[in-house]
Design a binder for this molecule. Structure first.
Ligand code: NAD
Length: 329
């Protein structure tokens, strides 16, 4: 099949070329938007990532151009208008689980870096500064960690926390029985966030979870708590989080995703004047650590993303039911 792969970087091309099962791939560095959708003329499938747009306008043009499959090379599908794609008969497949440990371990990396300040120690020691002033952290052992969403990634994260000796409380509309049997307690969102020392988000972005962390829910956290978001940027109301950091209600913020990341992430903007005042304000805090959506970025996860994406394309080409279909058509 002819497949247009959008938002590609060199590492995407490497893995896709290595695991290609015989399709004709064209790589486009630009994201899929209403400005770039014309590139899809003559392609039967598009392969897109987290910040590509498949809204109604783009979907109509994809359909006109002959595209019949959207192969998401990620788990989340909040950027696809599923009602419209179903109406147009465009199938949507995703990679439902690819090394959930990759993202869970990145959440832990953010926690430990913010807490034990190893990034600051690294720079200090290189400059001959061996002082411990302002490097003090806290033991994670015995701390209350709230996990919001205990699907593939949240569950892997809970298993890591278990090993660290944290007290884990969780919120998920569909609690996981195996986690309950390990002593993880489920409650309402409010009960789970109440007095939490660390809050980590692992739920999808949808109408129910948009700005789940806002000026009201932030007051439930223990004073000086740490917030970690490796899920989707819009789970957090960034302006409220900035206020909570300024007041000290929030003591630390680790984020791998950002509501407006589409304009910034995955590209080098080091010579540009960044126009987004919220992210520049966040970068200015000493207790904020931002990574640019790299939670998934391990060797194992990239292999699984490539192999599952080609399985989805192969299934579509063979006319069999897509096991990883998002909309079930
Ligand atoms: P998943 O579908 O396995 O799990 C999501 C869980 O969230 C489910 O158990 C679901 O019941 C729960 N949930 C749904 N609505 C909820 C709500 N309102 N409140 C609390 N929980 C709710 O997904 P996953 O593979 O664990 O991925 C979780 C999220 O992580 C994805 O949606 C995606 O946005 C994000 N993600 C980020 C990266 C990264 O590189 N940073 C990589 C992969 C996935």
């Amino acid at each position: 099949m002819k497949v247009a792969v959008f938002s590609t970087c060199a590492y995407d091309e490497d893995f896709f070329k290595q695991f290609n099962t015989g399709h004709e791939l064209s790589f486009f560095a630009v994201p899929l938007t209403d400005q770039t959708v014309s590139l899809t003329n003559g392609f039967e499938a598009v392969c897109i990532f987290v910040n590509d747009q498949a809204d109604a306008v783009v979907l109509n043009k994809l359909h006109e151009n002959g595209v019949r499959l959207i192969a998401l090379r990620c788990a989340g599908f909040n950027n696809v208008d599923l009602i419209k794609s179903k109406e147009l008969g465009i199938q949507v497949a995703r990679v439902p689980a690819y090394s959930p440990e990759a993202v869970a371990e990145h959440a832990l990396a953010l926690i430990l870096t913010l807490n034990r300040k190893t990034h600051k120690a690294y720079n200090r020691v290189r400059e001959g500064n061996f002082s411990l002033e302002r490097l003090m952290g806290f033991n994670l052992h015995g701390r209350k960690v709230a996990v919001i969403g205990t699907g593939n990634i949240g569950k892997a994260f809970c298993m890591i926390l278990k090993g660290l000796g944290c007290i884990i409380s969780a919120y998920d509309p569909y609690p996981d029985e195996s986690l309950k049997s390990l002593g993880i307690t489920y409650g309402t969102l409010k009960e789970t966030l109440l007095d939490a020392d660390v809050v980590s988000l692992h739920c999808p972005l949808n109408d129910d979870t948009f700005h789940l962390i806002n000026s009201e829910t932030l007051t439930l956290f223990s004073k000086g708590a740490m917030l970690i978001n490796t899920s989707r940027g819009a789970l957090i109301d960034t302006a409220s989080v900035i206020n909570a950091l300024k007041s000290g209600q929030l003591g630390y913020l680790g984020m791998d995703v950002y509501e407006q990341e589409g304009k910034l992430f995955f590209r080098d903007h080091s010579e540009d004047v960044i126009q987004d005042d919220l992210i520049t304000r966040l970068i200015s805090f000493p207790n904020v650590l931002i990574t640019s959506h790299q939670g998934f970025f391990t060797q194992e996860a990239m292999e699984q993303i490539a192999t599952t994406t080609f399985k989805n394309i192969d299934d579509f080409a063979a006319g069999v039911v897509l096991t990883n279909s998002v909309i079930g058509i």
